[in-house]
Design a protein around this ligand. Structure first.
Ligand SMILES: [Zn+2]
Length: 873
């Protein structure tokens, strides 16, 4: 007899075509039903969707309900966690995913216990690194719905990661709402036959719930009725996921699969969400980078100087990030009202995060015993050797920068503005002239790991800045030369002397899709955009070299104009490429003013690689995917819900390479790419796409019903992304593909200077600069080079305080599929105890009780390791 475990739940989208606010009101009343049903034994168990954000919101309004929730959680009748929100797995960074589970688990544990099941019933595709992330939280079972390819059609299986991690997985193929039929329809056998395909297991799961669905009070009656009517083939009982997996675990010979699942098989997968609402992608990407590479390590470093951490602020920002990374929120496949809220919340978190940086950098700098005018901080455990562009304020036009030996160092003067610091007067002629200069300069510095450097400013008549020359249409550094000739950009790789003509261009095509999916127009017109009308400006210094192309591209205004091949709209652009001394990354910045509708703008790297596969990073590794999806031609015959176009997600980089050429794009918020061209030699990165509807029916790439709401057009004019937008990133052209190196280049590109100048001329570097701040009371000026990570083979994932702030958690991983022997060392400034931690900051074992250096030893393929470092007082 087959045992069917009926699991009552609700799937609670954090927000979608409705707002978070609308969902919160409904949830407030929904919880009355849930608590009432449990109290009166109308239901034995209830699953609150595996995520704590909705409970967190609920308890902030109704703290008096905490006792009731805790009671049912402790009794193992109400199941909560482990997530904070049900994330998107394809475009979210590893650290965001880990923090999401850590904070979700912590809140759930505070309420009586976390459900140790990785429950993501609705996420649009499943990432290959999820099993190892789950095992890092002692989670050994998982539930999902979307993405299994035709070739891997098992319902229950073991899902493996490259480091040997594994989770017992239930693929709820018929959807998290499948069991609603048990409540609403008497054809019980039909239902159970459908949910028992593709498995030999007699232990079956039947989720009973739906989007924002109210409690089914009659569930017990319906189960009894079904059991009466059914023959001996099935027996249904009320259950929960932990109980279900305890029984599934005993089933023998379940298949093993590894890798990602991103096929539109059981359901739509919406590969177009990687490029939907590029503005939201960008700001949330910036937030996760700033939190990981600046806020958390800086707060940890400040602690070592005696400045108490403010973990509550850090958690608040992370929670905002997680809300924005919930599967619909991250997808941007929402109403305008909802997307406006997602954007606004990000802006608030953006302010909060840079305010923490401003405050800490100032506090640290003014508390230092040595009296330098300028401080530049590096809170990361690796040496930072790069060109830094900063703004200094001086009384005189000319000045020298002196290093800590009192020697003058060179700098590039990129810009200089005159400001007046005298009090304002209504009659401007009465205003006194107290002039000073704000100069944007670039210098090249080496800042040791978890340290700072100081410089002095010497005001003078003569200066040491290099002249910014602008004589030709050419820039260069140690790695590249970029020239502008015949309206195109040519690149010379100075390492191998190869020349790539027209290496970078743009293309614009229609987007007749919606917020879920890109789709070409029925009568499309793809336009290759060149720089024939561009004004060219070149500035070259000792450290910074820029070429700027400014112009406007003619485009069809909308789908009708495109059909008629009319160029009745313009897109103003400014493209800036920057080469910095010693950097192998070509920085690009594209500023646009978009007044055109229903189109997609892509940056094209015209490479010399004929690619069979594309490469991109994943949360803790990288993945190779074919440039043509294996089911591109038979997807309709095998019942796929949309064309599996090879539009691919990236987190930090996309790459194609051959034996001797490697082309990489590093994105600062761009999440969608595709390898195109006759010979698959073009790496196309979506800058943005503009669409006017939440969901549309009958798209070229996605036939049938509209996604979102099937019977109503929801207009989303804000998703047209009209107005001014800036896109930034980097390009690396080299000889070989090296994931650790690409992640290092990403880190160098993303870390903005943490800089403070002790001065009183310009009190507006940030609004709070106006007010006095005391030096830190118990400042310990001895924390230089606290933690120094020496490895060029591993990727630095994070450095933060441990959960209880008693030590430092350093996380590194092996991004490759090979074992790395003798991966490196970690040097410590003082004696410390060192533990191995799991991803949830729990101690696995002790490595050292007192040491100033430890070996990283061998790393398994794909292994993630977190070291807890506790300095001995
Ligand atoms: Zn959902």
């Amino acid at each position: 007899m087959k045992k069917v475990y009926a699991i009552a739940h609700t799937h609670w989208d954090f927000e979608w075509y409705f707002t978070r606010q609308e969902a919160r009101v409904q949830f407030a009343y929904h919880m009355d039903e849930v608590l009432d049903a449990l109290e009166n034994n109308v239901l034995n168990y209830y699953l609150l969707d595996g995520q704590m954000s909705i409970v967190d919101d609920y308890l902030s309004s109704f703290p008096e309900k905490k006792t009731a929730i805790k009671k049912f959680v402790t009794e193992k009748r109400l199941f909560i966690g482990p997530w904070y929100t049900q994330i998107d797995e394809m475009v979210t960074s590893g650290e965001s995913i880990v923090h999401n589970l850590a904070i979700g688990s912590q809140i759930a544990n505070d309420l009586g216990g976390v459900m140790k099941v990785a429950y993501l019933p609705d996420s649009f595709g499943q990432g290959q690194d999820m099993p190892k992330i789950y095992n890092g939280f002692n989670i050994y079972s998982a539930v999902f719905w979307r993405g299994m390819p035709k070739e891997k059609n098992a319902r229950y299986f073991y899902w493996n990661s490259n480091d040997g991690s594994k989770v017992l997985t239930a693929n709820i193929k018929n959807g998290y709402y499948a069991g609603v039929q048990l409540v609403e329809n008497d054809d019980f056998k039909d239902l159970l036959d459908r949910v028992s395909t593709d498995t030999e297991s007699d232990e079956l799961v039947l989720p009973i719930g739906g989007d924002q669905r109210s409690v089914d009070y009659n569930l017990k009656d319906r189960i009894n009725l079904a059991n009466e009517k059914l023959s001996d083939e099935y027996i249904i009982r009320e259950s929960n996921y932990p109980q279900y997996f305890e029984n599934l675990k005993k089933v023998k010979n379940l298949p093993d699969y590894s890798g990602e699942f991103i096929d539109p098989s059981a359901s739509k997968i919406h590969r177009g969400i990687y490029s939907s609402r590029a503005d939201l992608k960008q700001i949330y990407d910036r937030l996760e980078r700033r939190m990981t590479y600046q806020v958390e390590p800086l707060m940890a470093l400040a602690k070592s100087y005696g400045i108490e951490p403010k973990q509550g602020l850090v958690d608040d920002i992370w929670k905002t990030i997680f809300r924005g990374q919930a599967h619909d929120s991250s997808g941007g496949c929402n109403s305008d009202k909802t997307n406006d809220d997602i954007l606004h919340r990000a802006k608030v978190a953006d302010q909060l995060s840079y305010s923490i940086i401003d405050y800490l950098v100032r506090k640290l700098s003014i508390s230092k015993n040595s009296p330098y005018d300028i401080y530049l901080w590096n809170p990361l455990p690796i040496e930072m050797d790069k060109v830094q562009t900063i703004q200094v304020s001086t009384k005189s036009k000319n000045f020298n920068i002196l290093n800590n030996n009192g020697q003058t160092i060179d700098y590039d003067l990129l810009n200089q503005e005159i400001q007046n610091s005298a009090p304002l007067r209504r009659n401007t002629e009465e205003r006194k002239q107290e002039l000073y200069y704000i100069s944007t300069i670039s210098i090249k510095t080496t800042i040791k790991a978890t340290s700072c450097v100081g410089f002095d400013i010497e005001e003078t008549d003569n200066t040491n800045h290099s002249d910014m020359k602008s004589s030709s249409d050419l820039i260069e550094n140690d790695f590249y030369q970029i020239s502008f000739k015949d309206h195109q950009l040519d690149l010379t790789n100075k390492q191998n002397h190869k020349v790539y003509k027209n290496f970078l261009s743009f293309e614009d095509g229609a987007d007749a899709g919606d917020t879920y999916d890109y789709s070409p127009a029925f009568q499309d017109w793809i336009i290759n955009l060149d720089f024939s009308d561009a004004d060219v400006k070149v500035v070259s210094g000792k450290y910074t070299n820029k070429i700027t192309l400014k112009g406007s591209w003619k485009l069809p205004h909308n789908l009708d104009s495109r059909k008629e091949k009319m160029l009745d709209s313009t897109l103003e652009y400014k493209l800036t490429l920057t080469l910095e001394k010693g950097s192998e990354t070509i920085k690009y910045q594209l500023d646009t003013d978009n007044q055109t509708l229903d189109h997609r703008l892509r940056l094209i790297l015209n490479t010399n690689v004929n690619a069979k596969a594309s490469f991109a990073d994943t949360p803790f590794g990288f993945i190779s995917r074919p440039v043509v999806d294996p089911h591109l031609n038979d997807w309709k015959n095998i019942g796929y819900h949309e064309e599996p176009t090879a539009m691919r997600p990236l987190i930090h980089f996309a790459n194609i390479h051959s034996d001797d050429s490697s082309w990489s794009f590093i994105g600062l918020g761009s999440k969608d790419f595709q390898v195109v061209g006759k010979d698959f030699n073009k790496l196309a990165i979506t800058m943005f796409r503009g669409v006017g509807y939440l969901g549309r029916p009958d798209l070229l790439r996605r036939p049938s019903d509209a996604s979102g709401l099937e019977s109503k057009y929801v207009e989303t004019p804000h998703s047209q992304l009209q107005g001014k937008y800036t896109f930034k990133g980097g390009i690396i052209v080299g000889n070989e593909f090296n994931v650790a190196d690409l992640q290092r280049q990403h880190l160098l590109l993303t870390t903005t200077p943490l800089f403070y100048q002790k001065q009183s001329l310009n009190r507006f570097t940030n609004p709070l600069r106006y007010f006095m701040v005391n030096k830190a009371v118990n400042f310990m000026d001895e924390a230089e080079q606290l933690i120094n990570l020496n490895t060029d083979k591993l990727v630095l994932s994070s450095l933060a305080l441990t959960k209880d702030s008693s030590g430092y958690a350093l996380r590194v991983y092996n991004p490759t599929n090979e074992t790395i022997e003798h991966a490196g060392t970690v040097e410590l400034a003082k004696k410390a105890a060192v533990d191995n931690l799991n991803l949830n900051s729990e101690v696995l074992n002790t490595l050292e009780t007192s040491t100033t250096e430890f070996e990283l030893n061998d790393f398994k393929p794909g292994e993630i390791r977190t070291y807890g470092i506790y300095f001995i007082k």
